[in-house]
Design a protein around this ligand. Structure first.
Ligand code: COA
Length: 367
């Protein structure tokens, strides 16, 4: 019997994260995502994923410096990327840029920082090239989130927006056996190299059923425009057979806990004086979408997923719609790298089977 989409199939034992779809809980190495996202930055989360523990102040400073140096090295590689940064969309640009990295030139003692730094620098450089301006050099003294925002956003950075991006990066860094993590683990299981595994992860993350959803969520909010138009707009989409972006999840049967974390982070931004006109609209659209989807399919509960409020928060901090998926990769690469390690340490070659349903051979099986 085949398990369509491998739903519910357990393919690995992991120490990294646990997704409880019935209760709406995400635990990363023993910590609830809520407690991590609002109190820790991306460096702390990387340390937690890569070493198993939140860092001491000294360890945190050391990792921050390592990521800063890695961003510098990635920036020095930009002239070698040729037209890779001309990719039609950010994920294409990121995939092509990362593919230029030679596994042999990545400092083997610091693969994690090297690749995490490269994803941030290449994603930011793509956005600059797209706007017709030269990429900005990293500032290695800054935290990873602040520096990415400084390099990537047309509006630069400030502490409140950097904190919001940290909350997003922490929230999005790891999430059980999602499609891109599984992809990266499959590549790692063949004893391939981490660059190849990360490039493969980017390929899987690109699709709108995975990391490609937040851009379309923003487009949807803009198309709806005001809460009273939500019901009619959503009904027309569903009648046309289209999915509502940012709704539904393979594992969660309740609201994705990450949606709540990001919603709170946007509220914090507003408290710091930053406007986010789209938060109220998003809340209103979410309520109508949940009700409409519930009426259509009462037995399959569809609620908001992380991408719904990703669109709101990344827009509020000044990133353009086409930067949303690459920014997801800036976060998720930390999780991929932890999973690649875990797979390399103990996992067997991932090689499932398929059931042949094609034509029977012309010659019957010999008796
Ligand atoms: N809008 C409308 N209907 C949806 C839906 C959505 N967002 N998500 C699922 N459904 C419906 C499907 O059409 C399907 O109905 P059917 O059986 O009548 O065809 C049913 O719910 C089950 O969907 P299925 O595709 O089997 O679920 P899945 O577990 O494979 O899909 C997602 C999970 C995330 C791919 C899916 O919910 C989706 O496409 N969401 C929109 C994209 C998105 O937000 N992606 C980001 C994920 S974090």
């Amino acid at each position: 019997m085949t398990t369509d989409g491998l739903e519910g199939v357990v393919v690995a034992d992991t120490q990294l994260s646990d997704v409880d779809g019935e209760r709406g809980r995400l635990v990363i190495r023993g910590h609830d995502v809520e407690s991590l996202a609002l109190a820790h930055d991306f460096e702390a989360l990387c340390a937690l994923l890569w070493t198993g523990a939140l860092p001491s102040a000294a360890e945190h400073a050391e990792l921050r410096a390592r990521l800063g140096r890695a961003r510098m090295r990635a920036f020095e590689r930009l002239p070698r990327l040729g037209d890779a940064l001309d990719g039609a969309d950010g994920m294409e640009g990121l995939r092509a840029s990362l593919a230029h990295l030679r596994a042999s030139e990545i400092d083997a003692r610091d693969v994690h920082a090297e690749l995490t730094g490269a994803v941030a620098v290449f994603a930011a450089a793509w956005a600059r090239v797209r706007r017709g301006v030269a990429p900005l050099a990293p500032d290695p003294a800054l935290g990873h989130a602040a520096d990415y925002l400084r390099m990537a956003s047309a509006r630069g950075t400030d502490p409140a927006r950097s904190r919001a991006l940290d909350a997003y990066l922490v929230t999005a860094a790891d999430h059980g056996m999602n499609a891109s993590t599984f992809t990266a683990r499959v590549v790692a299981s063949t004893d391939s190299d981490p660059v190849s595994a990360v490039v493969a992860g980017v390929g899987a993350l690109k699709g709108p059923r995975h990391g490609g959803a937040p851009g379309p969520v923003l487009a949807m909010l803009d198309a709806i425009g005001s809460p009273e138009r939500a019901a009619g707009w959503l009904a027309a989409e569903l009648a046309a057979g289209r999915r509502i972006m940012g709704m539904g999840h393979r594992v969660y049967r309740v609201r994705d806990p990450r949606a709540a974390v990001l919603e709170r982070a946007v509220e914090r931004l507003r408290a710091a004086g930053l406007r986010s006109d789209r938060l109220d609209l998003a809340r209103a659209v979410e309520a109508v979408a949940v009700a409409s989807l519930g009426e259509r399919r009462p037995e399959r509960r569809l609620a908001a997923n992380v991408e719904f409020y990703t669109a709101v928060i990344l827009d509020a901090i000044g990133l353009a719609q086409e930067q949303f998926s690459p920014t997801f990769a800036v976060a998720r690469v930390a999780g991929w790298l932890a999973h690649i390690d875990e797979q390399a340490r103990g996992g067997r070659l991932i090689r499932p089977s398929s059931r042949y349903v094609g034509p029977a051979p012309e010659t019957p099986v010999a008796a």
